[in-house]
Design a protein around this ligand. Sequence first.
Ligand SMILES: Cc1cc2nc3c(=O)[nH]c(=O)nc-3n(C[C@H](O)[C@H](O)[C@H](O)COP(=O)(O)OP(=O)(O)OC[C@H]3O[C@@H](n4cnc5c(N)ncnc54)[C@H](O)[C@@H]3O)c2cc1C
Length: 490
Amino acid sequence: MMKKVIVIGAGFSGLSAATELASKGYEVQILEKNDHAGGRARVFQSNGFTFDMGPSWYWMPDIFETYFNRFGKKPADYYDLVRLDPSYSVILSETEKIDLPANYNDLKNLFESYEPGAAAQLDAFMEQAAYKYKVGIQDFVWKPSRKITEFLSLKLLIDAIRIDVFSSFYKHIRKFFTSPTLLKLMEFPILFLGAISENTPAMYSLMNYAEIKLGTWYPMGGMHHIVKGMVALAEEKGVKITYNAEVQGFEIVNGKVTGVKTAAGLQQADAFVAGADYHHVEELLGDGLRNYDEAYWDKRVMAPSSLLFYLGISKRLPNLKHHNLFFDRDFTVHSHEIYTDPAWPSDPLFYASAPSVTDPSVAPEGCENVFLLIPVAPDLEDTEEGREKYFEHLMDRLEAHCGVSIRDSIVYKRSYAHRDFKSDYHAYKGNAYGLANTLMQTAILKPTLKNKHLDNLYYTGQLTVPGPGVPPSLISGIVVATEVDKELKG
Ligand SMILES: Cc1cc2nc3c(=O)[nH]c(=O)nc-3n(C[C@H](O)[C@H](O)[C@H](O)COP(=O)(O)OP(=O)(O)OC[C@H]3O[C@@H](n4cnc5c(N)ncnc54)[C@H](O)[C@@H]3O)c2cc1C
């Protein structure tokens, strides 16, 4: 008899765990609360526009290759990738903007123009970052991180020191560059890890390698085409996905989960993988069965939440690239308002994505599809009036940057923030990207991927190892599936 595994949640991590388990010969069912797959990477259509709801940066194409290759496929079987050039645009002030060239030599010339000697420094930095990427991505992130002994080989310890696990990115980057502009550019990829550079291990310069050497890509049609491809692959492997099937509780017998409760009744299996937000699953389990109490969770450093706006604009916007980072304000103040003294930002940095610059299919002809994101502290009071205030503020800055009026051409508008993250995903404190990758929340110091009281309940996704982001979530699913398989086979 085939053993059965139930996976809770059809986000990247749940789909990945389910596909890996099905390909290892298990009967796998995913129970998903929402009416379609993707989790934070869902999609919606309105007025002829197609909006990706979450991720917009396709980095680390090699991880997606590894993922699909594992099952005898490649990304190109499911979607067409294009490399963006410029990779993105950074707005430094009303008069200064940098378009980051995809070509490495052009980028070196740009660095040299900001700081004599910076081109050679970039080479030196990249050489180390390449090594960190190799060790970090080929080795460290694939560890289930359940025991310190996984990291106790001499090679790994030497590697840990060589890849700067124990020093901060902030100090590391300042050994190479002094120009404030270059520091800003190089610290940007670290924001993906959900923490500021002072609190991020220097090994994460591997993110700079990913960004600069491996490039910024885009799947034509939108990011949800990755999800579409993963769902097709999962189903090819035999995974059954049930939508509108929220898990409301667990049936526990003798230290094991025997079933999960949904509105349709009890669903039984031999093992369970929770790809839904870790804290939410802990709440469903209740005291005595959860791994960590509320005080533990409250002390975690969460990656920021986001205030988002999805906008359909009835004309093309000049001066906008596919990815635009409005770094024209003081990030020290904004980051203080995210991490140290949580509050709505007084004068935020923000990000504007316009995928219609690359992809005509996501907007009606002659229109622009715009997604605006302000990173904000989790757990803030989220009101309609508050969102509107920021909308007006962003419009002022966007109109100034594009040099045209925008407000009068908005034909579709939707905002999204803490309240929505909570109701759509049961997100703890309304978080967007899970736990920050600080040193104290790395590897074995992250919430562990197995329940300590229940023999057959596992966790996957951005709140456990290896961390937030699409590529780590794919890896997380494979890592947990491997553990489940090992233990089910005894
Ligand atoms: C606005 C935004 C922008 C981002 N940008 C990027 C980016 O550019 N690049 C990048 O790499 N990453 C980005 N990320 C991060 C990335 O999207 C996430 O790290 C990743 O999608 C997390 O996947 P997951 O499987 O861990 O969780 P989720 O995607 O949240 O999946 C969890 C699933 O569980 C379901 N669920 C919850 N509770 C239950 C229940 N009780 N029963 C059944 N199902 C349940 C949810 O509906 C959801 O489908 C972004 C995230 C956000 C929010």
